[in-house]
Write a protein that binds this ligand. Structure first.
Ligand SMILES: Cc1cc2nc3c(=O)[nH]c(=O)nc-3n(C[C@H](O)[C@H](O)[C@H](O)COP(=O)(O)OP(=O)(O)OC[C@H]3O[C@@H](n4cnc5c(N)ncnc54)[C@H](O)[C@@H]3O)c2cc1C
Length: 339
């Protein structure tokens, strides 16, 4: 077991902010993981698990043990003519996993192409994009219970998925490490999801009328590359805030003042795009010190100069939250995990 001391996490978070871990280790197997967790010196410290570091903001050094999960491997089990179960270990890169499935012509994950991060983290916030969430194809995941150090299996219901939510972000927070995830994918009767206007428009651009799952992936990649900043070029963690959902009654009140407000009714609540709210408050493209709201997508906060501290990003996000509350009476919630 190789444990490093006072280890820089700058290359382990896509914001690219400087922070250090008191102890750091890369974990390549379940055995290695349990060995570290049984170590009585390790047990004295707080633990933090890291995947690709694309949904985390370090506002301070971490005075504990950071374990980067690098468990690798993908396996598959054909269920019938049309269905296959595909299981990926936590440390596989999400986009490479999606491409692996597409190369085998397994459908269901194509709309989630190019989302950064690792497979093991995908259930944490039920990652989603372009009309799809992992809950649509998720079957189960294996987790390590940090109290008992037993491996447990969580099925779909047990994970309590919601919009950018799961048990792992709520009552199970800090209690489990996700080790592997299994998805049920299609082998031939693929469900092509093009209801998002941007996908239709991009398929048009590409001159594709009857898209395959591979075409959908290509369209999603093109759209994402055209409007989202690449963390390798400019530090960011994607959408910094969740899109708020407010009760219909509250929405109707605020709509009288802002009739042009985009809205997506969903049962008893109405979802409002956080990017629109932020833009209306004048934040789109605005820079303060080393931090900015991205000029093409207000919802994405960026480490504009490369020298931002996590605290600066956090303070910038607080100012945005305050101004949205003041103007619309709507409270934004951070999607990014703040440490
Ligand atoms: C440019 C960009 C675009 C993005 N677009 C999207 C998008 O379209 N949709 C979307 O949903 N998200 C999006 N994201 C956010 C991010 O990619 C996802 O949330 C992703 O799942 C994070 O994975 P990660 O491995 O990088 O997580 P990390 O940042 O490493 O970890 C996130 C949290 O999960 C915990 N954690 C990590 N691994 C495990 C594990 N195995 N078990 C238990 N806890 C764990 C960490 O402690 C931390 O609290 C985007 C991010 C970027 C930078």
């Amino acid at each position: 077991m190789n444990i490093q001391e006072n280890y820089s996490l700058k290359n382990y978070n896509t914001f690219g902010v400087e922070a250090s871990a008191k102890y750091f280790s890369e974990v390549k197997s379940l055995d290695q993981l349990t060995q570290i967790l049984r170590n009585t010196s390790v047990q004295k410290f707080d633990l933090l698990f890291l995947g690709g570091g694309s949904n985390i903001l370090f506002t301070q050094d971490f005075n504990g043990v950071v374990l980067q999960l690098n468990l690798k491997g993908v396996s598959e089990r054909i269920l019938n003519d049309n269905e296959v179960l595909v299981t990926s270990q936590a440390g596989e890169n999400w986009h490479e996993f999606v491409q692996f499935c597409l190369n085998k012509n397994y459908g269901g994950l194509e709309n989630l192409s190019l989302i950064p991060g690792n497979v093991g983290t995908s259930p944490m916030q039920n990652i989603g994009a372009y009309g799809t969430e992992i809950k649509d194809t998720f079957v189960s995941c294996k987790v390590l219970n940090l109290e008992t150090l037993n491996v447990e299996e969580f099925d779909h219901e047990h994970c309590r998925f919601g919009y950018r939510e799961s048990i792992f972000k709520r009552e199970g927070k800090g209690k489990y490490v996700i080790l592997e995830v299994t998805f049920k994918l299609t082998r031939k009767d693929h469900v092509i999801k093009t209801e998002y206007g941007a996908i239709k428009a991009e398929l048009n651009n590409l001159g594709i009328e009857n898209p395959t799952i591979q075409d959908i992936s290509k369209a999603v990649i093109n759209i994402r590359q055209s409007k989202l900043p690449d963390p390798k070029l400019i530090g960011n963690a994607g959408s910094f805030f969740k899109n708020p959902s407010i009760p219909i009654k509250e929405f109707l009140e605020v709509q009288t003042k802002y009739p042009q407000m985009p809205n997506y009714p969903n049962g008893e609540v109405v979802k409002i795009p956080a990017g629109w709210l932020i833009e209306q408050c004048g934040w789109k493209g605005k820079q303060m010190g080393n931090v900015a709201s991205h000029e093409l997508q207000a919802l994405v906060l960026v480490n504009k100069t490369g020298f931002a501290t996590g605290k600066e990003v956090f303070d910038f996000s607080t100012k945005i939250i305050e101004s949205v509350t003041e103007k619309f009476g709507i409270d934004l919630e951070r999607e990014v995990n703040v440490i």
